[in-house]
Design a protein around this ligand. Structure first.
Ligand code: IPE
Ligand code: IPE
Ligand code: MG
Length: 251
């Protein structure tokens, strides 16, 4: 199986429209609090933003959209909020998957699903199977995902398959075992909600992503805001370690 190029091994092609956008959807709780709603109302409203982002990415020709839905640290939240999020995930899958399928979206879920209830895991696997051959947009949902977990699970899986590599292995050996081997590395990372941190999202894959932070809360994020982020991305000079002068002579 051929894998997309690693940004630290080879200089990837740079396109005007990011091929892969990864988003930390943050600010749901604060959105609700501002309106004197319970926090979970913000999560519910956030699902609508997800729907709009899928549509916008298809319209703009973005090939891969990866969304951070639940981190490995989010179990630390109050039990009622965690269980609401799980129910919301189930409901959203039940309601949206056939529409995603009709629109040519391939859905994948990355993260440690072993802590999820069997009904949710089954729904996830069925949705992945149903949409496996779609190619308009690859939508990846990171659920119970952590960047450190990803790297650790990849090392373990690789050594299980290839114990001979224990003494020495390289990036190319590990790459196929990481959680998103099917996707090119994200070109653009967006975090809504005002915080400027990675919160253990895609640590490996974001090596050369352009970072965009906005104060807009996730339920208020929309296609106009997405265009702002893409516009900001288009102003960046992606050097991948080279000098600006080198880029000009190659252009
Ligand atoms: C992001 O919104 C959604 C999840 C982490 C599941 P938050 O719930 O973190 O919203 P804030 O940051 O408290 O406003
Ligand atoms: C990151 O948001 C995780 C998700 C959006 C799923 P958090 O709200 O959990 O991040 P911190 O705790 O502010 O870093
Ligand atoms: Mg938050």
């Amino acid at each position: 199986m051929a894998h997309p190029k690693s940004s630290t091994r080879e200089i990837p092609a740079v396109s005007h429209i990011p091929r892969h956008i990864a988003i930390i959807m943050d600010g749901n709780g604060r959105w609700a609090k501002k309106r004197h709603f319970p926090r979970v109302m913000g999560h519910k409203r956030g699902v609508e933003t997800v729907r709009e982002m899928v549509k916008s990415c298809i319209e703009r020709g973005v090939g891969y959209l990866t969304l951070f839905a639940f981190s490995s640290e989010n179990w630390r939240r109050p039990e009622e909020e965690v269980s609401f999020l799980m129910q919301l995930f189930i409901l959203a899958l039940e309601k949206e998957v056939s529409k995603l399928h009709q629109n040519g979206v391939r859905l994948l879920v990355i993260g440690d699903l072993s802590r999820f209830e069997p009904r949710l895991v089954e729904l996830v696997r069925n949705s992945e199977a149903l949409t496996a051959n779609n190619s308009k947009l690859t939508l990846t949902i990171a659920a119970n995902y952590g960047g450190r977990w990803d790297i650790m699970q990849a090392v373990k899986a690789m050594l299980k398959d290839r114990p001979d590599l224990a003494g020495s292995f390289g990036e190319d050996d590990l790459q196929p075992y990481l959680a998103m081997p099917y996707a090119p590395e994200p070109d653009l990372f967006i975090r809504t909600g005002g915080e400027q941190r990675i919160s253990n999202f895609l640590l490996w894959q974001l090596a050369y992503a352009e970072l965009y932070f906005t104060d807009v809360l996730w339920p208020d994020f929309n296609s106009v805001e997405l265009d702002r982020a893409i516009h900001s991305y288009q102003q960046r000079e992606r050097r991948f370690g080279r000098t600006s002068e080198q880029l000009k002579t190659h252009a």
